[in-house]
Design a binder for this molecule. Structure first.
Ligand code: ADP
Ligand code: MG
Length: 205
């Protein structure tokens, strides 16, 4: 895989579209096990992201990721803003001065995962977006070649798996056992992120 400057911008535009289309759905998921603002938070954040990207000239993927990070950190309240912001900041640092091939991307997405865990004091198996990012990182590190459909399958299986987990981090943790059987909103929005990436890679392939 090779993620060009244009690809990185397309990625964010497709992500924004999915988030706007699924704003109510994400809200509904967060109403069930959180406070019902995840759709609103993400929709506001990615709307600001695409506005920022549309009026700025970029020279590198790293610069795009940096503005995504700054915008999400600045505009999104709740847990998800700082977490997604940290992820993109780490990806910006890891891709600085580099062509973003699979190896660079695998490192970038792994750095992002470590940043999320550090920031959220979280780890795998707590029913958070970490449970989607971790298998996706593994996918980029292990696969010889990134097949877009395989990426989508990996992320979607991880989301389904999140249903079975009892939440021990974030607001859903207050529900304990009652969180079992529900999808984690942040895992679903992370699924959209990687599904968007797969669609960009599919176009480029
Ligand atoms: P808030 O929980 O502050 O209302 P959002 O509703 O926007 O923020 O985001 C909730 C999502 O954030 C959860 O579904 C979960 O995936 C993720 N999340 C919450 N807390 C953490 C944490 N400590 N570490 C990792 N992810 C977390
Ligand atoms: Mg919430």
């Amino acid at each position: 895989m090779l993620l060009s400057l244009k690809d990185s911008i397309d990625w964010m535009n497709i992500m924004n579209q999915k988030i706007q289309d699924n704003k109510q759905y994400l809200t509904k998921l967060d109403q069930a096990i959180g406070d019902g603002d995840h759709g609103i938070n993400m929709a506001r954040g990615f709307n600001e992201v695409v506005s920022k990207l549309s009026v700025t000239e970029y020279e590198s993927v790293s610069d795009v990721f940096k503005d995504v990070a700054m915008t999400l950190m600045g505009k999104v309240g709740g847990a998800s803003g700082p977490l997604y912001g940290t992820a993109f900041l780490k990806m910006s640092l890891a891709s600085k001065g580099k062509e973003v091939d699979q190896q660079v991307f695998a490192t970038a997405v792994n750095d992002a995962l470590q940043g999320i865990k550090q920031r959220g004091k979280s780890t795998e198996g707590e029913k958070t977006l970490v449970d989607v990012w971790a298998p996706v990182v593994n996918f980029f590190q292990k696969e010889q070649e990134v097949l877009p459909n395989a990426l989508i399958n990996c992320a979607s299986e991880a989301v389904e798996e999140s249903k079975t987990i009892k939440a021990t981090k974030g607001r859903a943790a207050y529900l304990g056992e009652r969180s079992v059987g529900h999808l984690d909103p942040g895992s679903v929005s992370s699924f959209y992120l990687f599904e968007s990436l797969a669609e960009v890679l599919e176009k480029g392939a």
